[in-house]
Design a protein around this ligand. Structure first.
Ligand code: UDP
Length: 462
């Protein structure tokens, strides 16, 4: 039986994608060892019962992340987390790969694209390695073009004009402005550990045996076509969660879901609610919180807002009475929502999102138009594609102003509601087609499963 070692980044978004892939592979009778940090494992145990459901074929293997328990592990300390993990994980991974008993020999490793140390270890031991990059392909393609942008003098930016068009990314001509590149391009400090990580990733990607992406041909055909020139073996198998029956999908939340929002949604009219969430890592300031709340309340729309613990610094006492009344009359707030279920609910008519890739895909599958307020990593690129290329919503990038929020909510929920809903429905249909029999993602997933099974035969015969 093939045995795959899956190694995600210890963050909610990548874990969601990798656990979905693990579930799909378990259903194909492939053994999975899922490497996860002790910190995330403790939190996940509260909400996931994957170990119970796939007890024969799925196993967590915990590793320390090297940080003290009380470390906050927020996005601001991401580089610290990566450095620490990079210092402790390689020797553990090497030991795991060399000491596993013969029956459980590893057929291949599937690692996050940022865990570049895994490539060196895999090559050293002679085990195939596939990267699964859980961010958007369009952002990965901008990463891959960074050396070219630097060489052409487009990076670092020569002045402050963020509306200047980017010329040296094939397949994105006429689409990207400076402000649509990943956030770190704005400072492009070559001493920034994040830039170093990304450039290392770009160097390692073509060395792997393949690249798994959570997307589908209809959505990202142009970008995939360009990427294939550098990485000839791409498996575009998304949207991953659509391969599974929704009742089968196991929760992979590291926060406790508050399901009271579903009963609240049940009482609202169809397509009347804006769902607001900035994902698992982003933060907003008090001013930003109040601007968004003002905009939502003035728009007259109903809203369901996820206020993840620590995602905003505002106490109820600091919210003006008029806005508190707005929340009471037309709003619902929870600390963490069952997001896929919320997006699929008939009452939800739009999604004010930070444009994380999981959230974007989940919204696409649910056929819900988006208002994008991107923060970092791939989100600037994703929001540009949502607004300009796929035309599935509006991009609020770099602006957080009550008037703009109100205007955009009105546009999505009233003025252009039918147009946006129709486009969103078409893209949702295309997503569903891609994973059904004969669809592109279905075919790529079949090829991935076959390749993994063949890798097993090769590693066994060595
Ligand atoms: N999510 C959730 N409940 C919430 C907010 C988010 O389950 O209340 C999930 C969401 O469905 C998505 C993930 O958290 O799968 C966030 O990943 P994404 O890539 O969108 O953003 P990130 O958190 O990595 O910035």
């Amino acid at each position: 039986m093939a045995h795959v070692l899956i190694f995600p980044l210890p963050l909610q978004g990548p874990i969601n994608g990798m656990l979905r892939l693990a579930e799909i592979l378990c259903l194909q009778h492939i053994n999975i060892t899922f490497i996860i940090t002790q910190h995330i494992h403790r939190r996940l145990l509260h909400s996931s019962d994957i170990q119970v459901k796939y007890h024969d074929t799925f196993h967590f293997q915990t590793v320390p992340d090297g940080l003290p328990e009380e470390h906050p592990r927020t996005i601001f300390e991401f580089s610290e987390l990566m450095q620490s993990l990079g210092a402790v994980a390689p020797s553990i991974l090497r030991k795991m790969l060399t000491s596993t008993d013969a029956g459980k020999q590893v057929s291949c490793i599937i690692a996050d694209g940022l865990l570049t140390f895994a490539t060196d270890i895999a090559a050293e031991i002679g085990i195939p390695l596939l990267y699964f990059d859980t961010i958007s392909p369009s952002a990965i393609w901008t990463y891959m073009c960074l050396p070219k942008l630097i060489q052409a003098g487009e990076l670092p930016f020569k002045d402050d004009n963020l509306d200047e068009t980017i010329r040296n990314i094939r397949g994105m001509e006429g689409i990207m402005r400076r402000r649509d590149l990943p956030d770190f391009c704005r400072t492009m400090n070559f001493k920034d550990p994040q830039v170093d990580l990304v450039l290392k990733q770009v160097h390692h990607m073509p060395i792997s045996q393949g690249l798994i992406l959570n997307t589908f041909q209809h959505l990202d055909a142009l970008v995939l076509f360009q990427m294939l020139k550098l990485c000839p073996n791409i498996y575009a198998i998304g949207p991953l969660h659509t391969h599974l029956q929704s009742s089968d999908i196991i929760s992979s939340s590291i926060w406790q879901e508050d399901r009271s929002c579903i009963s609240w949604l049940d009482k609202q009219p169809s397509n009347s609610v804006v769902y607001v969430s900035i994902g698992s890592l982003s933060f907003m300031t008090k001013d930003e919180f109040l601007e968004i709340l003002h905009g939502l309340v003035s728009s007259g729309s109903r809203f369901l807002w996820v206020r993840r613990p620590g995602s905003d610094p505002v106490s109820n006492e600091e919210i003006p009475t008029k806005l508190l009344r707005g929340i009471k009359d037309r709003g619902c707030t929870v600390s963490w929502a069952p997001q896929r279920e919320v997006l699929a609910h008939r009452a939800v008519g739009g999604f004010l999102t930070h444009s994380g890739w999981n959230s974007t895909l989940e919204s696409i599958v649910a056929g819900k138009p988006m208002i994008c307020w991107p923060h970092y990593v791939d989100q600037q690129v994703n929001s540009r594609y949502v607004g300009e290329v796929w035309r599935l919503g509006l991009d609020m990038k770099d602006i957080c102003d009550r008037v703009v929020v109100e205007k955009m909510v009105r546009e999505i929920m009233e003025l252009k509601k039918d147009t946006f809903l129709e486009r969103a429905r078409e893209m949702a249909d295309a997503a569903r087609l891609s994973v059904s029999e004969g669809g592109s993602s279905n075919a790529d997933l079949g090829r991935l499963i076959n390749d993994i099974k063949n890798m097993n035969l090769c590693t066994k015969s060595n």
